[in-house]
Each structure stands twice: as C-alpha cells, then as structure tokens.
Design a protein around this ligand. Sequence first.
Ligand code: ATP
Ligand code: MG
Length: 279
Amino acid sequence: MSLILRNVSHSYHKGTPLETAALRGVSLDVEPGQWVAVVGHTGSGKSTLAQHLNALLLPDAGEITVDGLKAAKGSKDLREIRRRVGLVFQYPEQQLFAESVDEEMAFGPRNWGLPPDQIGPAVDQALALVDLADLPRDRSPFALSGGQKRRLAIASVLSVRPSYLVLDEPTAGLDSRGRRGLMTLIDGLRREGIAVVQVTHDLELALAYCDRICVLERGRALFWGTPQVVVEQLLDRPVQGLSLPEVLAFARDLREKGFNVPLSWDPYEVAHALAKEVG
Ligand SMILES: Nc1ncnc2c1ncn2[C@@H]1O[C@H](COP(=O)(O)OP(=O)(O)OP(=O)(O)O)[C@@H](O)[C@H]1O
Ligand SMILES: [Mg+2]
C-alpha cells in the first residue's frame, strides 16, 4: 500500500505556443504514515505535483498508482483515488466555499456518500483533529483568522478519512507560533497512520520534521531521500532558491578547517561536537 509516481511528466497548454513543461520525469514513493516534503523554488512544479497526487491533474507521461489504483485518463478508479488522497490547496480561499463551518464540513462526507447518521461524528472527529472542536458551527469560514481557515480547509479534507493528505504550502502566511502548531498537528495525523505530503519552500522546516524530501528544480526531482542524504547532495550541488540552514553551512566550514563535527543542521549537535574538539 503506497502512493507511487514513476517518471511523471506534465505540460500545461500542450501543443500550443504557451506550452510549459511543469514536471519532467518525476519519481517518488509515499509509504503509509510517512511525512514527505516537496521543496523547490517558485515555479519548480510543486503545486503541479501536488495536484497529480490526488489525480486532479493527470500525467502526460509516466505512471501514478495509489494503493495499486491507477491514476490515468478514463480509469474507473479516479474517484476512489480522490477520496484516498486529500488535497489541501495552497490558498484556503481556493478551497472554502460554504456559508457556514457546518456546511463546509458536511459537504465532503455527503458528497462521498457517507450515511447521514455518520456525517455528524465524521465532522466532529475531523474538527477535533485540527483543534477546532470549539469553533461556532454557524460562523462563516471567511470570517475566520488565516490560521483557522487553514485548519478548517484541512479538516474538510480529513472528514472523508483519507489515507494520504497533501498540503500545498500549509505554513504560508502563518507566524512562527502558527507554524509550530501546524507541525504538531501534522505529526499527530501521522501518528493516526495518515501519510502526509507537504509542499514547502522552507528547507529548514522540511529537514526538521520530514522523513523524506523531494527537491524539485524546473520540474525535475533533482534529489530524493532522507534529510541526511538530501543535505549531502545539496552541499555538493546547490539549488536555486533553496538556502541551506545556517548551522549546516557552519558545520561544513568547520569540517573544512579540520574540526571533527557532524554535517548536521541541529545547533546542539554541532555545538556539542565543537566543544569536545576545542575542550
Ligand atoms: N494553470 C496553469 N497554466 C499554465 N501554466 C501553469 C499553470 N500552473 C502552473 N503553471 C506553470 O507551471 C510551472 C510550475 O508551476 P507550479 O505552480 O507547479 O510551481 P510551484 O513550485 O508550485 O510554484 P510556487 O512556489 O510559486 O507556488 C510554472 O512555470 C508555472 O508558470
Ligand atoms: Mg505552488
């Protein structure tokens, strides 16, 4: 059971003078319960990739399967793929549409055919997962704060109990407290067994929290692997728009000067090793 992309390519406005190759042969795997980051500069193809993961966009070439179901034009499995893989858009305003929180939340379960008596409990559970259990249900989604809108957009996707959750820049516009809160929320979802794919241009965040990182550059998956593997590749080959954490750059400089410190982005680990070296 996993979400697999093999050599996926996608162009917008194919066959016209406006043709733009947004993804070029991208491959990656998402295992159940994993937290995967997709990082890259603006325009590198992150949102295009996110929309392929739940078959909102289909590949021009290559293959996408979700728990063995094939995401291809005309496939009878597209609806089930879209239920299994929840997509939260880059801007909550792209997603929220209803006049009240209650209506917003009930739409998904109703649309996916949940029996009426199960809709209420599914909504309550999803709101609790994002820490919005106390939100007045008659409030307009558009009257909520930026952070609450984002949580509501996540809850509305969680209400149909997806196995995979794709979040496109979920921390955009949040302050550092809101960002930390969201990371704690995602960690909680993962503990519930939900795999999370998080699109971000914040490499430091990806290194701190995620199990696997995919680095996109101009539509290509340049690097793919654990944070440690990706960091080593990035030290060898910088990527436009992705700055290395300062601690990591410092550790690299120390090593070049002959100090035995690990290539780490954890300030305590580097400081500890350095203290040993000079002590
Ligand atoms: N609907 C569209 N029609 C035409 N071209 C598009 C469309 N959406 C994206 N593109 C182009 O495809 C490429 C990848 O865009 P995409 O939005 O996937 O990048 P991104 O990494 O999400 O960028 P950002 O960090 O700015 O959100 C860009 O060249 C973009 O201009
Ligand atoms: Mg984007």
